[in-house]
Ligand binder design. Structure first.
Ligand code: ASP
Ligand code: MG
Length: 412
């Protein structure tokens, strides 16, 4: 069987859904096709605003935003010839409970995006004569209750999902939500923003897929973001390890957690353009070609550089390191770069909502200073000339270079 994953941009309107149908038909799924779908367009962002409004007590704004989201989906359904209310019943009420913590509410509300998109797509494909089953991932993908970044219980999930797959009618096309799962006691959870790729990889792993394909609005994996660099090239073949490094450095192309489940079972991952389904795209596999032979530019945005100094000047690096990283880990910070000197340790981390509390705690033990509004530029396969060009006209807060790789923390 194969797994296809469609991101929000590929199903942002009725034309996108029709294009998905075309790609699914081309797959000729004799041995089964798992179609993993994100929320349509920018729905996840819009749902985040609904939760934020409700949390701030702004009920009218929340309701307006919610109605906009419903209207957007209803318009797509109508254009696809579906009848809202009879073909699909959209949720009337916002699943928000003011007595629950913000993060728990977040998962209940934000998961609606994928539930809506997959219902519309499943019913549409069914009406086009395809044999389709809709899966409710909160019942199938078991996670813990780390709201907004739930950890998947692979043993339970694999067993449930394999059993579910055995039961589906053949030839089987299953439409499933990316990004969402559920706890043992029936609460919905989310796996972290952009987590649908990870879901696709997990399903590929559980079902021993012959391949996983991510359909995107780019020709494949490029050596730089075409919105930033003028001359980009497609990288047709990569090894797993190169893909891991790219995504870890901040390449937006695939979610960092995607590779492991695939590498474990040696399942190739294709990244292909949804606008041109017969194009080769990029292939990430055990027999991929590496190292990548063109310079690769990767931007990781929204960084904060936190520097710690010992309060009493008696800085014992080894002891402080474990203390610092224990705090960083506990506050769920994502470290992009580390630099140390005799008297300081600096970490460059994603500037998430967890940062202020982590800084408060670090301040109890160290003198802490920080700079925000930063980006981390990683250049792999750099040369002195490339590095000079990259530095020109930019304020560099910190740089780490080896012979082939440069990492620059720059002001945005
Ligand atoms: N819809 C979710 C998000 O926008 C998950 C995903 O797109 O992968 O983050
Ligand atoms: Mg997305």
């Amino acid at each position: 069987m194969k797994v296809y994953k469609f991101g929000g941009a590929s199903v942002k309107d009725a034309a996108g859904v029709r294009n998905l149908e075309k790609i699914v038909r081309l797959a000729d799924a004799q041995d089964g096709l798992m179609v993993v779908v994100s929320a349509m367009g920018k729905t996840t962002n819009a749902l985040e605003r609904v939760v934020e409004f409700l949390d701030a007590g702004k009920e009218e704004q929340a309701l307006n935003q919610w109605v906009d989201i419903i209207d957007y989906h209803v318009a797509i359904m109508k254009e696809l010839g579906l009848k809202p209310g009879s073909d699909i019943r959209l949720q009337g009420e916002i699943p928000f409970d003011p007595t629950l913590p913000f993060d728990e509410n977040y998962d209940q509300v934000v998961s609606m995006g994928e539930l809506m998109s997959t219902q519309i797509i499943a019913v549409y494909l069914l009406k086009q004569g395809l044999s389709v089953e809709w899966w409710n991932m909160p019942k199938l993908l078991r996670t813990d209750d780390t709201w907004r970044e739930a950890k998947v219980d692979n043993d339970t999930s694999a067993a449930t999902i394999r059993a579910g797959w055995e039961r589906t009618n053949r030839p089987q096309i299953v439409v499933a939500q990316g990004f969402i799962g559920g706890t043992a006691d029936g609460k919905r959870t989310t796996l972290g923003r952009e987590g649908s790729d990870y879901t696709a990889a997990l399903l590929g792993n559980y079902l021993d897929a012959e391949s996983v394909t991510i359909w995107k609005d780019v020709p494949g994996i490029l050596n730089a973001d075409p919105r930033i660099e003028p001359d980009t090239v497609l990288i047709p073949s990569l090894r797993y390890q190169d893909a891991v490094e790219l995504s870890y450095s901040g390449a937006q192309i695939i979610h960092p957690k995607t590779i492991r489940p695939l590498e474990n079972k040696q399942i190739p991952l294709f990244v292909k353009p949804f606008g041109n389904p017969t194009a080769e795209g990029s292939k990430i596999a055990a027999d991929g070609i590496g190292p990548i032979d063109v310079p690769v530019y990767i931007w990781r945005k929204n960084q904060i550089l936190i520097t710690m100094r010992a309060k009493d000047f008696a800085f014992v690096l080894e002891e402080s390191l474990s203390e610092i990283f224990e705090i960083i880990h506990r506050h769920r910070l994502k470290v992009a770069l580390i630099q140390s000197s005799a008297v300081t340790i600096s970490v460059c981390v994603d500037n998430t909502r967890f940062v202020p509390e982590a800084i408060d705690e670090l301040k109890k033990h160290f003198n802490v200073t920080y700079n925000d509004h930063l980006s981390l530029l990683t250049i792999r396969g750099t040369t002195p000339e490339i590095l000079e060009r990259a530095k020109a006209g930019r304020t560099i807060m910190l740089s780490q270079t080896t012979r082939r790789t440069a990492r620059l923390v720059v002001k945005e």
